[in-house]
Design a protein around this ligand. Structure first.
Ligand code: FES
Length: 123
């Protein structure tokens, strides 16, 4: 069945992959369309924490409560959330975290290291 809902672009920083996500669906549901094996889908109601992400740019809309055991208020202020409980409100760039990072770090993917530094020689 064809899904005609408008989509926003969500990109995963670690791999550079981008997937379309509707403003009324969760970041996790859209991410599953990447077809990547091993993306953990747990409780899908903000309770287990396996889908933790950090929103680096763009805005998201909260779809429901999230467990404070997995995302503290301080972390939330830094952009962390749970992908099953957030929908894109604009184009989003995110970083996959915790258990969700594992399937994105397997061989065969392009992993960028934007913050890697080159050692400098002291004189
Ligand atoms: S799947 Fe359990 S918190 Fe998202």
């Amino acid at each position: 069945m064809f899904d005609s809902r408008p989509k926003l672009a969500v990109s995963v920083t670690q791999t550079g992959e981008c997937y379309p996500c509707s403003p009324d669906e969760s970041l996790l549901r859209g991410m599953l369309r990447l077809g990547r094996k091993g993306i953990p889908v747990g409780c899908v109601n903000g309770g287990c924490g396996v889908c933790k992400v950090r929103v680096l740019s763009g805005t998201v809309r909260r779809l429901g409560p999230i467990s404070r055991a997995h995302v503290s208020l301080d972390e939330e202020a830094q952009g962390y959330t749970l992908a099953c409980r957030a929908a894109p409100a604009s184009a989003v760039q995110l970083q996959v975290c915790a258990r969700l990072a594992k399937p994105f770090s397997r061989a065969g993917t392009t992993v960028s290291a934007p913050f890697a530094s080159t050692p400098t020689k002291e004189t």
